[in-house]
Write a protein that binds this ligand. Structure first.
Ligand code: G6P
Length: 485
């Protein structure tokens, strides 16, 4: 019998030991990936992730393993430690200066904005570091002796093929948390070496039994790219490549409902938020990692324009610093500073407070802020899902329906794809974040509660498709597909 029912393989660890006493409290800095996986990571599960916490080495045994107590049971956790040079190649350059911007190219953003970087083609050394890191993950995953391996996200695209190549017999799942790019658009930004690396990456994940993506649009784009780059043929529910069937399915992630709803009932507002609320004006809230995919300058410009037009509200933005030493993020920092300064001036001119925090807020404060929002703006240019609007839906459950928020979300987000058809106009407004006027108008209307506030039906839909439901549905499908082989 296998030692574990499941091994989750993700570059981000379940938690980093950043303090000698215990793990970092749940926050936004780690982003959505860990948040959606937490409920799947209980009893009988193992996790392989990077050791990046300051005290991680002190917590593990000789094989890099430790037990982590979670709300869902004890998790066996293995950490991989990388030398600085390897990490630079694997994580900073190949994963985040090349793949990350590339995967978001559902539109030609480097041409449509002043700050969105072109994917930086990896040198041979950099791509070798990416391969070596993926090999280390594949080896560690195989050694955990689990019935199934669930590999996550673009940092580990080669792992499914490596696992299969090493003779791993369990089911292999791969889930991409980011969007999948439009190949017609993306190829404009790739040279021959970039194209070869992307083709190898795609080929790597096609060794899985089930490739999960966030939306059916992502699935369609993946199938088209696989036809060109991996010689794959579309087949019912997926594709055939190298004589094998690979299922390609949309499995939109959802928030960990309990982690939001419980604190939303009890936590107090932090003092700074209580003071802002005491002014008695509606709050326009933005909360995200400080990433160039998130449409933060666009939100700030829309806020400034509304303030100039005489609208009265308080803007509260919180951007968790992220990937600060990765090439491509510097341009955003400068644009962000200017846009924030301009919006702050616009608020000061009419005597209104303006809040822009560049920090990862403690989880309780995140929940309090989402609970307090009257308009939540998640104007990502492209986003796998963007859980923040969905967490907002859950955090507002205690507010009377007529006083709840309106969500303004970017058209190319998983949130718009998953909830737009049912809830656009009923709590959700979908806009093109690059259309300055449309974005400002949407926020302006949302301040009036138009075209409708978050309903109970919306909250129920989010609860029904929460992180736990997502993981069970994905793993059941994986099981069924593997059993068919
Ligand atoms: C966010 C992104 C994921 C990414 C994760 C970890 O959740 O949506 O796609 O894998 O962050 O990234 P990081 O660079 O912070 O380890």
């Amino acid at each position: 019998m296998a030692r574990f029912r499941l091994v989750i393989v993700a570059n981000r660890a379940y938690a980093d030991h950043d303090t000698p006493q215990g793990a970092t409290p749940e926050g936004t800095a780690a982003g959505g990936l860990v948040a959606v996986l937490r409920p799947a990571a209980g009893e009988g599960a193992a996790w392989v992730g990077a050791g990046r916490g300051r005290y991680d080495r002190e917590r593990v045994d000789a094989s890099g393993e430790e037990w982590i107590r979670t709300p869902y049971g004890d998790l066996r956790h293995r950490r991989l430690f990388f030398a600085d040079e390897e990490w630079r190649g694997f994580y900073e350059l190949a994963s985040n200066a090349f793949l990350w911007p590339l995967l978001h190219l559902v539109r030609p953003f480097p041409r449509l904005t002043t700050y969105f970087p072109q994917p930086l083609t990896p040198t041979r050394e950099v791509w070798s570091a990416y391969r070596r890191a993926n090999e280390a993950y594949a080896e560690a995953a195989a050694s955990m002796d689990a019935e199934r391996a669930w590999v996550h996200d673009y940092q580990l695209g080669l792992v499914p093929r490596m696992l299969r190549g090493a003779g791993y017999r369990g089911a292999i799942g791969f889930f991409l948390h980011t969007p999948f790019p439009d190949w017609e658009v993306a190829q404009e930004f790739l040279d021959a070496q970039g194209r070869a690396c992307f083709a190898e990456w795609l080929h790597g994940l096609l060794a899985a039994d089930l490739v999960g993506v966030q939306s059916s649009a992502d699935a369609r784009r993946l199938l088209r790219a696989a036809a060109v780059l991996a010689d794959a043929r579309e087949a019912e529910g997926g594709l055939r490549a190298e004589g094998r069937f690979v299922a390609v399915e949309a499995h939109p992630v959802g928030p960990d409902a309990t982690a939001v709803e419980e604190p939303a009932r009890t936590v107090a507002d932090p003092r700074w938020l209580a003071e802002l609320r005491a002014v008695g004006l509606p709050l326009v809230v933005g909360l995200e990692r400080g990433d160039y995919t998130k449409g933060i300058p666009e939100r700030l410009r829309a806020v400034a324009s509304l303030l100039h037009r005489g609208r009265r509200f308080i803007h509260v933005g919180a951007e968790a610093p992220t990937r600060v030493s990765v090439p491509g993020y510097e341009a955003l920092a400068a644009v962000l500073d200017d846009a924030a300064a301009a919006a702050a001036r616009a608020a000061a001119d009419v005597g209104l407070p303006f809040e822009e925090r560049r920090e990862a807020l403690p989880w309780e404060d995140v929940v309090a802020l989402l609970r307090a929002a009257d308009v939540l703006v998640a104007a990502s240019l492209a986003d796998g899902m963007n859980l923040v609007p969905l967490q907002t839906v859950l955090a507002q459950g205690m507010r009377p329906v007529e006083a709840r928020a309106v969500l303004v979300v970017g058209a190319d987000t998983g949130t718009a794809a998953a909830y737009g058809p049912e809830f656009a106009g009923r709590g959700l407004v979908v806009v093109d974040p690059l259309d300055d006027e449309a974005l400002a108008d949407a926020i302006g209307a949302a301040l009036e509660g138009l075209p409708g506030r978050i309903s109970d039906a919306f909250a129920q839909a989010v609860r029904r498709r929460d992180a736990r439901a997502w993981a069970s549905r994905y793993l059941e499908r994986l099981e069924a597909l593997h059993a068919r082989d």
